[in-house]
Design a protein around this ligand. Structure first.
Ligand code: KG4
Ligand code: ZN
Length: 365
């Protein structure tokens, strides 16, 4: 197939998303990208409540698909697309089911083939979405193997991508994912959900937030930074920040809403963020050297982090390697990345009869 249009559907966590992408040769263009976020709903619970998420997906999924696909209507009320791609895992089972059952129904009703996509592979595929100004595609196969740092709320892994659909995991977190660490640290500082954007916004406001400048006396560990492997561990970091705050010299009566304490919290945010970034950058560069890759990519929700984007980009470039990362809107959960991954699969005819499509909440890459 030379020109493929794919409808992507994503409901693995708390975003209901649909998108149509078009793949022409190496170029992947996003024709529509609709994301209905449930963040405001889950915020008041301090995290995602699976039952609530599933109910919201069921309410939102059809309007979101309608909005994403209505411009590409073909004959007989069917959208003019070649395949439907849907996230089948990993994720929350009841959330995944909302997307998968909808995709199966549409595949049956429209007579359009469907393909199941691994959510993590979707995040990786976001790197292959063409930017507007680019004439051609990105990252031709000659760059393989590519090293990809995949960091989200559920995953932290270093993946060696040998081809589309061919991945070797060379390291992963042994406990909390990087995004989860941001979320948990934010919660204990009373910063709300999701924690990543909250922590990075406060860290930014810190006038010391340039790494070259030593910041306050707060010093958190860089877990496993020198370990003899490519694994990560972030749960200790969360415990370390908790103890550091408990033992902070600021008297209790000056904590809370006082401007001194708010400044102190932004110091904590800055140091926490830098600790995570240090470990991620250090291990990625070490892996890039060991596996002798020419290209490094960044993927997943934590790839929205400005400091991670900037510091990883400059470390990779210092090694003389090529660096790619998705546009911000394709870092956190979206369906364009699922449609992009689906387009690679559809091209290889990796399609599944709708009746055989299954969710797998522990699906591995
Ligand atoms: O990929 P994603 O949208 O969902 C999962 O697949 O998990 O990632 C969400 C995670 C959350 O943990 C969130 O706190 C984190 O990505 N995140 C960030 C930023 N934006 C989102 N972490 C650090 N800095 C950010 N700017
Ligand atoms: Zn995700």
């Amino acid at each position: 197939m030379n020109n493929l249009k794919v409808l992507g559907i994503e409901t693995s966590c708390d975003e209901t998303a649909a998108s149509v992408v078009e793949k022409t040769g190496d170029k992947i263009s996003v024709l529509s990208n609709v994301v209905s976020s449930q963040i405001e709903i889950h915020k008041k619970y301090g995290g995602v409540v699976p039952e609530v998420a599933a109910r919201e997906h069921v309410l939102n999924i059809l309007p979101v698909i309608e909005e994403a696909s209505s411009k590409w209507q073909g004959a007989g009320g069917r959208p003019d697309i070649d395949a439907i791609a849907v996230t089948v895992g990993p994720g929350l089972i009841t959330s995944l089911l909302a997307g998968v059952e909808t995709a199966k129904t549409l595949s049956y009703a429209w007579g359009i083939p469907v393909t199941g996509v691994n959510h993590v592979e979707g995040h990786i595929a976001a790197n292959f979405i063409s930017r507007k100004q680019e004439a051609g595609g990105r990252n031709q196969a000659k760059n393989f193997p590519i090293l990809i740092l995949t960091v989200s709320g559920g995953h932290t892994m270093l993946v060696l991508m040998k081809d589309f659909g061919d991945y070797e995991m060379i390291g992963e977190t042994r406990d909390d994912a990087a995004g989860e660490a941001f979320d948990k640290a934010a919660k204990l500082m009373g910063l709300g959900y999701p924690g990543g954007p909250a922590i990075s916004a406060l860290a930014e406001k810190n006038p010391n937030s340039k790494i070259q400048t030593p910041n306050s006396n707060i010093k958190l560990p860089r877990p496993m930074i020198n370990s003899d492997n490519f694994d990560f561990s972030f749960s200790g970091l969360k415990t370390a920040i908790r103890y550091a705050i408990e033992k902070d010299p600021t008297p209790l009566k000056l904590r809370g809403a006082s401007s001194e304490w708010q400044e102190r919290i932004s110091d904590y945010c800055h140091e926490f963020q830098q600790a995570v970034v240090d470990v991620l950058v250090h291990k990625t560069i070490k892996a890039a050297k060991k596996f002798d890759v020419k290209t490094v990519m960044l993927a997943g929700g934590v790839a929205a982090n400005k400091e991670l984007r900037e510091q990883l980009a400059s470390a990779v470039k210092e090694e003389g390697l090529d660096f790619k990362m998705p546009e911000l809107k394709y870092t956190t959960d979206n369906a364009a990345m699922i449609a992009a991954a689906g387009a690679f699969k559809a091209e290889k005819k990796e399609l599944t009869p709708w009746s055989e499509l299954r969710v797998d909440c522990n699906l591995e890459l």
